[in-house]
Design a protein around this ligand. Structure first.
Ligand code: C2O
Ligand code: CU
Ligand code: CU
Length: 493
C-alpha cells in the first residue's frame, strides 16, 4: 500500500492509483471519441411492452416471465452479451391494481442464481424476492400475494447475494405500475407509451470488443460502476415523438451507482406529481430533479406552447461525471385532448412523528476510520453500523404494527466519502428531515429510497404493518450493496 493517491473532491470521488488495469481497453476512452458510435438520435425510443395478463378476465393479475441470456447490438457490427426478462435487455412493464391478487411464474434460464425483487412493494417477506429467496438455474419461482398499496411507479430487479450489480448491469430490470381508483380519476396523461412514457435511465461502459465493462476491482466497488454511455429504455440516444400538449414521464434511475440530475433544454420547468411511493399531495414545479440509484419520479412536461417540429432534450448530469444528452423529444401533431392539472393530488394523513415508539440510528460508512489504512481498506470499508451483510444475522427486530424513526447518517470519512442511497424493503416511508431541516416539497411524499450525501443525516418515519418476516435495508448503489452495505430487519408479531 505504498503508491496510493487519494483525492477527495467536492463530489467525494475517489481515485486510487495502482488499481489493476482493465484487461481490455474501455470504449470511448483513448481510441474512441465519446459517443461517436452511438445512435445520434436516429432511433425511436423503445417502449417496454406491457406484460400480458394470463387471466383474461383481468380479475387477478397472473403473469409469467423468463429470465434469460440475450444480446444487443449497441454498436454496429459488435454484439454485446446481455440478460433480459422475456427478451434481450430489460423487461416488460407489469401493471396491476390495488386490491388485485397477484401471481407470477418466474423461470430462471440463466446459468446462475437470481431472484426477482419488487422494489417499493409492500409484500409478504417470503415473496419479497430478496437474497433470502434465491431461484436456482433452471428453477421456477411462484410468488402469490395481494396488492395492498396505492398507485405508484415501482420497479423490479434481481437481488441475489453478491450478484445484484452484475445482473442489473447485464439488463435485468423492469417497471412495475400500481393503479387505483384515485389514479383513475386524475385528469392527467395515462395512455401507456403514448402520453404516459416509461423512462428507464441507465449508464454503461463498454470494452472495445463491445461487451459490458463490469469490473469489481476496489475502485469500482467503492465508487460504483459508472459509465460513459447513456441508455434510455435500453437505447442509446433515442428520440421520443409525442403530440404537443401534456406528457407524463415516469423516470427511474435504473443505474447501478450513479446519481443523476435530470433536466431539460433551457431549464424548461416541469411539474413533479409523484415520488417513489405514489402521488405527492400537490404538484411541485421544478427545473431539475436529483434521483439517486433506485429512486423514481413522475413528472408532467407541458409542451402545449411549443410548435410542431420543436426539438428539446432530456439532459442528465451524472454526479462526478459527465452531462449526457440522454434523449431528444420531438413534437408531431397536437394531442386530441387537453388535461386539467389538478391543484392538489393525493391527500393522505401524514405519518405522525408522535406515533413513533422507537428511534434507531444507522451510520453508513464508506471506509472504517478507527483502524490502520490496511485494515480499513480491506476489512471495514462500506459498512452500516460498522457491519457488513450477514444473511445469518438479524440486525434489527421490529414490532409488527409499530412506527419508527430511523436516523441515518452518512459519515464523511477522513480519507474518502461517497454519497449513499438508503433503501428499505417492505415500507414506503416519510422523510422527516435532512440535517434537521424539513425536506423540500418534492421530497414530502412517500419514498422507499433516499439519497444521503457525505456528512448528511436524514430522519425517516416508517410504519411496519401487515406482514412479519425478514426484510433488507441497504445502500442502493449496487456495488456497495453487493460488497455488504446491507442489513436485515425482522418484523415480529
Ligand atoms: Cu431495489 Cu433491495 O432493492
Ligand atoms: Cu427493494
Ligand atoms: Cu453506498
Amino acid at each position: 500500500m505504498k503508491r496510493r493517491t487519494i483525492l477527495k473532491s467536492g463530489l467525494a470521488a475517489l481515485v486510487l492509483a495502482g488499481v489493476a488495469p482493465y484487461t481490455l481497453s474501455l470504449l470511448g476512452k483513448g481510441g474512441f471519441a465519446g459517443n461517436a458510435l452511438a445512435g445520434e438520435f436516429s432511433r425511436p425510443l423503445p417502449i417496454p411492452p406491457l406484460l400480458e395478463n394470463l387471466d383474461k378476465s383481468g380479475e387477478t393479475a397472473h403473469f409469467s416471465m423468463t429470465v434469460q441470456r440475450g444480446h444487443v447490438e449497441f454498436f454496429p457490427g459488435r454484439t454485446t452479451s446481455s440478460f433480459g426478462y422475456n427478451g434481450n435487455f430489460l423487461g416488460p412493464t407489469i401493471r396491476v391494481r390495488n386490491g388485485q391478487k397477484f401471481r407470477m411464474e418466474l423461470n430462471n434460464n440463466l446459468s446462475q442464481t437470481t431472484t426477482l425483487h419488487w422494489h417499493g412493494l409492500h409484500v409478504p417477506a417470503e415473496w419479497d424476492g430478496g437474497p433470502r429467496q434465491p431461484v436456482a438455474p433452471g428453477a421456477r419461482w411462484k410468488p402469490e400475494f395481494t396488492i395492498r398499496q396505492e398507485a405508484a411507479t415501482l420497479w423490479y430487479h434481481p437481488h441475489a447475494m453478491g450478484l445484484t450489480g452484475e445482473q442489473v448491469y447485464n439488463g435485468l430490470a423492469g417497471l412495475f405500475y400500481i393503479e387505483d381508483d384515485f389514479s383513475d380519476t386524475l385528469d392527467i396523461p395515462g395512455t401507456y407509451g403514448v402520453d404516459d412514457i416509461p423512462l428507464v435511465l441507465q449508464d454503461r461502459r463498454f470494452y472495445s470488443n463491445g461487451q459490458f465493462a463490469y469490473a469489481r476491482n476496489m475502485h469500482d466497488v467503492v465508487n460504483g460502476v459508472t459509465g460513459n454511455y447513456f441508455l434510455v429504455n435500453g437505447a442509446m440516444q433515442p428520440t421520443l415523438t409525442v403530440a404537443s400538449g401534456l406528457v407524463r414521464l415516469r423516470l427511474l434511475n435504473g443505474s447501478n451507482s450513479s446519481i443523476y440530475t435530470i433536466h431539460f433544454t433551457d431549464q424548461r420547468s416541469f411539474t413533479m406529481i409523484a415520488s417513489d411511493g405514489g402521488f405527492l399531495e400537490e404538484p411541485v414545479n421544478l427545473q431539475s430533479i436529483v434521483l439517486s440509484a433506485g429512486e423514481r419520479a413522475e413528472v408532467l412536461l407541458d409542451l402545449s406552447d411549443a410548435e410542431a417540429g420543436t426539438k428539446l432534450s432530456l439532459l442528465v448530469d451524472q454526479m462526478g461525471g459527465s452531462r449526457f444528452e440522454a434523449m431528444r423529444i420531438e413534437l408531431e401533431g397536437s394531442a386530441g385532448r387537453s388535461f386539467e392539472l389538478p391543484g392538489e393530488l393525493r391527500k393522505r394523513a401524514p405519518i405522525e412523528q408522535s406515533e413513533a415508539t422507537v428511534v434507531r440510528s444507522f451510520t453508513m460508512e464508506t471506509m472504517g476510520t478507527g483502524s490502520g489504512m490496511g485494515m480499513g481498506m480491506m476489512g471495514r470499508r462500506l459498512t452500516i453500523n460498522g457491519k457488513k451483510m450477514d444473511i445469518n444475522r438479524i440486525d434489527e427486530e421490529i414490532q409488527l404494527g409499530s412506527t419508527e424513526i430511523w436516523e441515518i447518517s452518512n459519515q464523511a470519512g477522513m480519507m474518502m466519502s461517497m454519497p449513499h442511497s438508503m433503501h428499505l424493503h417492505d415500507v414506503q416511508f416519510q422523510l422527516l428531515s435532512r440535517n434537521g431541516v424539513a425536506p423540500p416539497p418534492h421530497e414530502r411524499g412517500r419514498k422507499d429510497t433516499v439519497l444521503i450525501m457525505p456528512g448528511e443525516t436524514v430522519r425517516i418515519l416508517s410504519r411496519f404493518r401487515d406482514y412479519t418476516g425478514i426484510y433488507m435495508y441497504h445502500c442502493h448503489l449496487l456495488e456497495h450493496e453487493d460488497d455488504g452495505m446491507m442489513g436485515q430487519f425482522e418484523v415480529v408479531g
